[in-house]
Design a protein around this ligand. Structure first.
Ligand code: NAD
Length: 452
């Protein structure tokens, strides 16, 4: 279902009318295309709180964006003065605030961002880098946590399709895949997020063009909607994709697989032996497991028969637990493997009529947080989740008009996301260079007002 309001506000009369009426004015987001794979403009690298110890410059240089560096307000770059005055187009600002340890240093964050925000282009990026909270220093922990409040608030006020995210890190190379993602058009619908990245830098060279070449990825529920977009994006990144879906969706599953040069597997993921059947189908193992299949059976709890409860819990949570356990136990996920499960903001914030769905998706987040450290230690496999907000699919096209309109607008970008937004986020988590991203639940929700 096309977002006609978004198209209308892109016209001159639409802009005029919505501005006069004080209505939301969503900006058309720039998304990744093969022709325009990078943001358009310069990257400004700022530091607050003194030198951080991160070796960030080479990593930022590899984003391909021309970079200007400024430290504590002093210009060291050639275009810095003009840019600060708003004459250079900023595609992105990266503020390294890892060295901020007290409230005085926090003022440097304000001093660094305040003069440059106006120069950030539409669909531009603000990425703040923070340090892990120090359990032995409550002043450091207070101001590092303060960065979250700053980032989430700035995300809500910055407008024009611009996003603001916080990355907590200790090693710049370990965070390269994350920074490349956030500093690219691929993260168009990811805003207001706090992402923790560990210290394990990738060993060996990384193919940034076809990162998944030679790897096999299985996408459950891949015949349509978000799953089909995930399959397509992983295939773009070089993976051989296995599209798994229920027997009723066999035709669609084959069509998607044929288009991507992959294969189809018709299987109800709730089958008790689903894990064993996947392992039998892929005797050489797999590298990327995407738990995307999901259903809704909405009804308020007082009216909800047990069958509606259990069918949702079975598809969305129990089958994810069962197949993950079976595939890990069989060693079917190769070292360096990636598991990405699909949660939902309904599981993080709650939603009326969705106690079953919300429970199942919150369960996915719990599974990820508990399993991630063990799966990495025992199998060399990371486990993360994406938590979509309002995404334009058949699922949301079926929502009644008024609720659908509210769902679309109630986020900082004032529009619904597209399946490709979830797919790009999944591809970043599935990336061979994302081994230091583990146990994260990343929302793809345009910074939804729900539970933000
Ligand atoms: P969709 O209904 O369009 O597609 C889901 C796919 O999963 C279908 O192809 C379906 O046949 C398949 N499937 C369902 N049960 C299955 C089973 N037992 N075994 C194998 N395959 C099965 O849904 P979508 O909107 O693309 O959502 C994909 C995922 O994203 C789901 O987990 C959903 O809960 C989640 N999600 C979606 C949104 C949104 O706004 N669309 C928001 C948050 C989360």
């Amino acid at each position: 279902m096309a977002d006609r309001y978004l198209s209308f506000t892109a016209t001159a009369p639409g802009r005029f009318l919505t501005a006069r009426l004080g209505l939301p004015q969503p900006a058309a987001l720039s998304r990744w295309t093969a022709e325009r794979p990078a943001l358009d403009g310069h990257l400004l690298h700022l530091t607050a709180g003194g030198p951080s110890g991160l070796d960030l410059a080479p990593v930022l240089a590899r984003t391909g964006l021309p970079t200007t560096t400024e430290t504590a307000g002093a210009d060291t770059g050639t275009e810095a003065a003009g840019a600060t005055a708003g004459t250079t187009r900023r595609a992105a600002v990266v503020l390294d605030a890892t060295g901020v340890r007290d409230v005085d240093a926090l003022a440097e964050v304000h001093a660094a961002l305040h003069p440059v925000l106006r120069s950030v282009a539409a669909s531009g990026r603000v990425v703040v880098l923070g340090a892990p909270l120090d359990a032995r220093d409550h002043h450091q922990a207070a101001v590092q946590q303060a960065l979250e409040g700053l980032v989430r608030s700035l995300g809500k006020e910055i407008g024009r399709g611009r996003t603001v995210n916080l990355v907590r890190l200790t090693d710049a190379s370990a965070a390269e895949s994350t920074l490349r993602f956030l500093l690219s058009p691929k993260s168009a619908y990811v805003s207001g997020q706090v992402i923790g990245v560990g210290a394990e830098a990738p060993d060996g060279p990384v193919d940034w063009i076809l990162p998944l070449i030679g790897r096999t990825a299985l996408v459950t529920g891949g015949a349509r909607g978000i799953g089909a977009a995930v399959a397509e994006t992983l295939a773009r990144d070089g993976a051989h994709v296995v599209v798994l879906d229920v027997p009723q969706a066999e035709e669609d599953a084959h069509r998607v697989a044929a288009r991507l040069g992959g294969s189809a597997l018709t299987l109800d993921i709730t089958a008790a032996d689903a894990g064993e059947r996947i392992a039998a189908e892929l005797p050489d193992g797999l590298d990327v497991l995407i738990h995307n299949a999901g259903i809704t059976r909405d009804r308020r709890l007082v009216n909800m028969p047990a069958e509606r409860w259990s069918s949702v819990l079975d598809v969305n949570l129990a089958s994810v637990l069962r197949t993950t356990d079976a595939l890990l136990a069989k060693g079917a996920l190769r070292t360096g493997g990636r598991i990405v499960a699909t949660a939902s903001i309904a599981g993080l914030a709650g939603n009326a009529g969705q106690t079953n769905y919300g429970a199942s998706k919150a369960g996915v987040a719990g599974l990820v947080r508990s399993l991630a450290p063990r799966a990495l230690a025992e199998h060399g496999v990371t486990v993360n989740a994406v938590a979509p907000g309002f995404i334009e699919t058949r699922m949301t096209a079926a929502v009644p008009l008024f609720i659908r309109e509210a769902g679309r607008r109630m986020n900082s970008l004032a529009q619904g996301g597209l399946p490709v937004d979830v797919a790009e986020t999944t591809a970043w988590l599935a990336h061979p260079a994302s081994g230091a991203v583990n146990g994260q639940v990343v929302r793809v929700c345009g910074q939804s007002l729900l539970g933000a």
